[in-house]
Design a protein around this ligand. Structure first.
Ligand code: SF4
Ligand code: SF4
Length: 336
C-alpha cells in the first residue's frame, strides 16, 4: 500500500470506522474494513456507493410516546471515513448535499463522516463514466469532499476540502497538501452543456416521443434495480410502526423508487403513475429535467450502473439518442 495512505488509515482508525473499496467475486464494493491491506486502489467505479452509508436502506428517524419525540442519540450515527469515492460519485454526492441540505437525519450521518475522494492517474482509464468527462483544473473546486487523494507516479497528492479534512491530514502527519475552496456546484463557464442538451431531449417528451416511452414501458420489468444502484436516486417512503398502543411507536424511512407501482398512490387509492411507461418517463424526467431545474446540476452523473444491472438491457444512452431523433413509428422501434 502507498506509504502516505498507510499513515492516513492508521490515524483515521483511531476515530473512524473505515469504509473502502474491496475486491470481491462480483466486483469492487465499498465495504467496512479492519485491515487496510484489503483496500483496492484500482480507482474503478465501485458497484455500490456512498449512498448506503449516508442514507441507509432503512432507518428509524425517531421514537414517539404520546406527544413526546425521542430522537436517536448522536452516538447512533457512526463515525465513518469513506475512502475511494470517484469524481463521478462525488458529483452524485452533490445531489444529496443539495436535496438533504436541511434534512437532520442525513446531516447527522454526513457530519460524522469523512468523505475521501480518490483518483489514480496510473489507472488506465482517466475518463469518468458514460458521458466521458475528464478531470480538469477546476474540477475539485466544484465538489464537496473532506479529503481528496490523487495517486500519481510520484506518490499521493492530497487535497483538503474542509476543516475536518485538514485536521485529519495534519493528525496523520501529512503536511504537504493543497487546500481547495468549494465555490459551488456550477462552473464559472455556466451550466453544464451536456446537462442542457439532455434536458432539452427529455423535457416534455412523453407526448412528443410517445412510442419511445411506450416501448420502454413494454420492456421494463419495473424491478427498480436501476434506481437502487443509482447514486443520485434518493426517494424514500416513511412508515409509522406502532407499539402496543397507538400512542407509542417509531417513525422509519426506507428507500423507495418510482418504478414501484405503489410509489405514486395517494389518499383514496389513485395512482398518478399508473403505467410503467409513465413511471420510466418520470424517472428520466427527474434526473434530466427536475433536478437541473431545481439545483442547476445534473441528476444523472453518467456512472452507467443502471445499464449494468438492468435485466432487459435498457440503456439510457440509447434512450437519449432516440429522443434526439425525429419521433419514430412503433414498427421502426421494434426492428432495432
Ligand atoms: S448512469 Fe444511471 S445509475 Fe448512473 S447516475 Fe445516471 S441514471 Fe443513475
Ligand atoms: S432495471 Fe431495467 S427493468 Fe428494472 S426497473 Fe430499471 S429499467 Fe426497468
Amino acid at each position: 500500500m502507498k506509504p502516505e495512505l498507510t499513515k492516513l488509515f492508521a490515524h483515521l482508525k483511531k476515530d473512524y470506522k473505515i469504509i473502502a473499496p474491496v475486491k470481491k467475486t462480483r466486483g469492487i464494493f465499498l465495504s467496512r474494513i479492519n485491515d487496510p491491506k484489503k483496500v483496492c486502489f484500482s480507482a474503478e467505479l465501485t458497484k455500490n456507493t456512498f449512498k448506503e452509508f449516508l442514507f441507509p436502506k432503512k432507518q428509524t428517524l425517531f421514537n414517539f410516546q404520546g406527544d413526546k419525540l425521542i430522537e436517536p442519540a448522536n452516538s447512533s450515527y457512526p463515525k465513518q471515513a469513506i475512502f475511494g469515492i470517484s469524481i463521478i460519485d462525488l458529483r452524485a454526492l452533490l445531489v444529496y448535499e443539495q436535496v438533504f441540505r436541511h434534512d437532520p437525519y442525513y446531516q447527522n450521518y454526513r457530519n460524522n463522516s469523512l468523505i475521501i475522494g480518490y483518483l489514480s492517474l496510473a489507472s488506465t482509464d482517466q475518463t469518468f463514466g458514460i458521458f466521458e468527462e475528464r478531470l480538469e483544473e477546476d474540477t475539485l473546486e466544484h465538489l464537496e469532499f473532506d479529503v481528496f487523494a490523487l495517486a500519481t507516479p510520484a506518490g499521493i497528492h492530497f487535497f483538503s476540502g474542509s476543516s475536518k479534512g485538514r485536521q485529519a491530514l495534519i493528525g496523520a502527519g501529512i503536511e504537504n497538501f493543497e487546500n481547495i475552496e468549494y465555490v459551488g456546484p456550477v462552473r464559472e463557464s455556466g451550466l453544464d452543456p451536456l446537462m442542457m442538451a439532455n434536458y432539452k431531449k427529455v423535457k416534455n417528451s412523453f407526448e412528443r416521443h410517445r412510442l419511445v416511452w411506450e416501448e420502454l414501458g413494454r420492456r421494463c420489468l419495473a424491478c427498480g434495480k436501476c434506481s437502487l444502484v443509482c447514486p443520485t436516486c434518493f426517494c424514500f417512503a416513511s412508515d409509522q410502526v406502532f407499539g402496543q398502543t397507538k400512542r407509542t411507536g417509531r417513525k422509519t424511512r426506507r428507500w423507495d423508487t418510482c418504478f414501484y407501482s405503489e410509489f405514486s398512490r395517494v389518499a383514496g387509492g389513485h395512482k398518478f403513475l399508473d403505467t410503467i411507461a409513465k413511471r420510466i418517463y418520470f424517472w428520466y424526467e427527474h434526473k434530466f429535467v427536475r433536478i437541473p431545474d431545481e439545483f442547476s446540476i445534473p441528476g444523472c452523473v453518467g456512472c452507467g450502473r443502471c445499464i449494468a444491472v438492468c435485466p432487459v438491457a435498457i440503456d439510457l444512452r440509447q434512450t437519449l439518442k432516440d429522443l434526439a431523433q425525429p419521433p419514430k413509428t412503433m414498427k421502426q422501434l421494434v426492428k432495432k
